[in-house]
Design a protein around this ligand. Structure first.
Ligand code: G16
Length: 543
């Protein structure tokens, strides 16, 4: 095809290292930044094809999120702001892995399979995180878009959820600015909290660990719209520290300790973003110095409870369901099912899976334990809420509830988990309900748990089933895990290959921290021995 001549010429400037194979994983491509130039160029090409196919704006976000600073990656965003469709993930891997001389053939193959009209206009929007490599990698994306004769708009430094939101707005309203994003979310927050009871706990400031990343920059911008209704003390703002190094949501969740660089007083409410601000976790320490983590499960519980109460008070008949993964703490699942009487669904890791499961309900609250999640309202549910909020013929009590609900809908970024909008929502719920972080924490008690990583020669030797809760291969591993789990009380453990790092992840929970740690270590050894561990054998945890 004539359109491809320029691709042929330009692709030589973005050569693929021969033999390098990468997979579109849990959230796009992730690896060391120096291996990604050709992938970015090719994702520019693919975004154009996806845009032509869907006749919509497509997003390309350059980020490796929670990974170390030297890594990078790319996430593709579909027309309604959701993660790219699974079939296109396969095209992404196919295109990224085509050797230099196969590239045009691979491109043609996608055009044919998807019967793409190449004369159709395309529009791609691009964003990037603060990694040193992100700017030049996003230029490779522009090259890919332009050599297919298409237009792009560069949003520059944005959080991943902001770019998701821009894609959604471009396709539904024809325009999207960051200012609109800040105005929409801050106004909803201000409306929600304006009549909140004055409560000592709710008044205190919020300490935020920005992971030395884009979330810190964007929080500063958001603050200007909040009319001092939320007092933020920002740490790890990127001015000195390294991205995600000893800080950020993933560090805090996995290590179960505060990030470096934060100065927290006993009982103070703190939260951490991850490297592209699509995750958030909360925490505090109590007077005996004990660290308390309020992760995605606790966030889901707080939000579901709030929504369920408002729906009941407003007299609406809407089903609220929760979507979790195998990492959800057993106590949270029991609380949601037994106390809250909610439907709880378990999916594979990756918000793309949770998002689709949540779409099946009137109100789907989905959160991964790592703090990645949001709430989805079906179109019909949203319509009912907006209509009732406008109705003059309802009691004052119902009016109050429906207005809170209506503002809550407006506060949520429904395209994807968003640390900034999740933070505002949590802060609003705590303020409206007059709750302190300890009250929230007391909703249920987490089972002690531990997450570990094991390096193996090829993590693809591990395959799983039942939403990753059971191992299918290698032979004998699941039996070994079952035997180890049986030694402990209230115990559960599973293993799965990561889709963002070259490791196998291990999760264990049990009635005590000692048991959870011992189980996690023993399961790591089983993985090491049965799945081809490399390097040093895992050692018991020293606490
Ligand atoms: C990404 C995904 C998340 C997932 C996480 C870890 O997060 O968006 O849904 O939980 O990776 O995935 P894995 O265990 O497969 O490595 P992020 O924040 O890094 O984009």
């Amino acid at each position: 095809m004539a359109e491809f001549e320029e691709v042929s010429r330009k692709s030589k400037l973005h050569p693929k290292p021969t033999g390098l194979k990468l997979q579109y994983g849990t959230a796009g491509f992730r690896t060391t930044a120096k291996h990604l130039d050709h992938v970015m160029f090719r994702m520019g090409l693919l975004a154009v094809l996806r845009s032509k196919k869907t006749r919509s704006t497509i997003g390309v976000m350059v980020t490796a999120s929670h990974n170390p600073e030297d890594d990078n990656g790319v996430k593709l965003i579909d027309p309604m702001g959701e993660m790219v469709a699974l079939t296109w993930e396969e095209y992404a891997s196919q295109l990224a892995n085509a050797e230099q001389e196969e590239l045009l053939h691979s491109l043609n193959d996608i055009v044919k399979k998807e019967t793409i009209d190449m004369s159709q206009e395309a529009r791609v929007i691009v964003g990037r995180d603060t990694r040193p490599s992100s700017e030049s990698l996003s230029r490779a994306v522009f090259d890919g878009v332009q050599c297919l004769g298409s237009h792009f708009h560069d949003y520059g430094l944005v959080t991943t959820p902001q770019l998701h939101y821009m894609v959604y707005c471009q396709n539904t309203q024809g325009s999207a600015t960051l200012e609109d994003y800040y105005k929409k979310h801050s106004q909803a927050f201000l409306h929600l909290t304006k009549n909140a009871p004055v409560h000592a706990n709710a008044q205190r400031r919020l300490l935020v660990d920005g992971a030395n990343g884009i979330g810190a920059l964007k929080l500063r911008e958001l603050e200007a719209f909040l009319q001092k209704q939320l007092l933020v003390a920002l740490f790890n703002d990127g001015s000195t520290g390294k991205l995600n190094h000893l800080c950020g949501a993933d560090y805090v969740k996995v290590q179960q300790k505060p990030p470096q660089g934060i100065q927290m007083e006993v009982g103070e409410r703190c939260c951490s973003f991850d490297g592209d601000a699509d995750r958030i976790v909360y925490y505090y320490t109590n007077s005996d110095g004990h660290f308390h983590l309020l992760d995605g499960d606790k966030i889901a519980t707080l939000i579901s409870t709030f929504l369920k109460e408002l729906i009941t008070e407003a007299g609406l008949d809407l089903q609220v369901a929760a979507v979790q993964t195998a990492y959800a703490n057993g106590s949270s699942t029991r609380f949601l099912e037994d106390t809250m009487k909610m439907t709880v669904v378990c999916t594979k890791t990756g918000v793309k899976h949770l998002h689709h499961a949540a779409q099946k309900f009137d109100v789907g609250v989905y959160f991964e334990a790592n703090g990645h999640g949001t709430v989805l309202f079906s179109r019909a549910a949203e319509e009912q809420i907006h209509q009732l909020a406008k109705s003059p013929d309802i009691t004052n009590e119902k009016k109050h509830a429906i207005q809170l609900l209506d503002n809550t809908v407006n506060l949520i970024n429904q395209t994807v988990g968003d640390a900034l909008s999740d933070m505002l929502l949590i802060e609003a719920v705590l303020a409206v309900r007059g709750m302190g972080v300890q009250d929230w924490d007391a909703m249920y008690t987490d089972l002690p748990n531990r997450q570990l990583k094991v390096k193996v020669a090829d993590r693809r030797v591990i395959s799983t089933t039942d939403a990753e809760r059971r191992v299918v291969s290698p032979a004998g591993l699941q039996e070994a895990i079952d035997k180890l789990v049986a030694k402990y009380q209230q115990a559960r453990s599973f293993v799965r290959p990561s889709g963002t790092e070259d490791v196998v992840r291990i999760y264990a929970e049990a009635d005590t921290q000692e048991s959870a740690d011992a189980l996690a270590h023993e399961v790591s050894l089983a993985v090491y021995n049965l799945a081809g561990g490399v390097g040093e054998e895992p050692k018991p945890l020293k606490l």
